[in-house]
Design a protein around this ligand. Structure first.
Ligand SMILES: [Zn+2]
Length: 161
């Protein structure tokens, strides 16, 4: 591990789930389950949103919008790049997926919305979960009066030795 990069979005410490992979989801989700997942998150289940979510929730995964576009279209669905980007923005803002920002050009959408941390391999571009990070050891900033931490995102950037 060459560098510890802390992307800290200090909103709330919502807790830490050891070994948790997907909160309550049993993969793969069937179409009807995808529809109710979207409805639970107050998202109207349009055909394209359902097709995108169906592709995402086949398994726990971290995907870029481009990979999602590729997957959804190769499954025989017709969606535009703009629709995929807009839909993923919507899914992230409603908490259907978790957005993991590596840099401006690299955003991953994570089907596991439970609190967990990541390893980003700069050689392969792959993002994987790590669950044994003790986030209580991460230095916390002196918060201005009236603020509380609601989330901490840690991405360890790794490369081959
Ligand atoms: Zn993850």
């Amino acid at each position: 591990m060459t560098k510890l990069q802390i992307l800290a979005f200090f909103f709330q410490k919502v807790g830490y789930n050891k070994g948790m992979n997907t909160s309550e989801i049993a993969f793969p989700l069937q179409r009807s389950e995808v529809v109710s997942l979207l409805q639970q998150h107050k998202i109207s289940p349009t055909r394209q949103r359902v097709e995108i979510a169906e592709f995402l929730f086949q398994r726990p995964q971290h995907l870029s919008a481009e990979k999602i576009l590729e997957g959804v279209t190769s499954a025989g669905n017709r969606v535009s790049r703009a629709t995929v980007y807009n839909t993923m923005g919507l899914f992230a803002s409603k908490g259907v997926v978790r957005e993991v920002l590596i840099d401006r050009e690299r955003v991953f959408y994570d089907t596991n919305t439970a609190v967990h941390q990541h390893l980003y391999n700069v050689d392969t571009g792959e993002l994987v979960d790590v669950f044994d990070v003790d986030t209580s050891n991460v230095c916390l900033p002196e918060l201005p009066e009236g603020l509380r931490i609601i989330d901490t995102d840690i991405v360890y950037r790794v490369t081959s030795r």
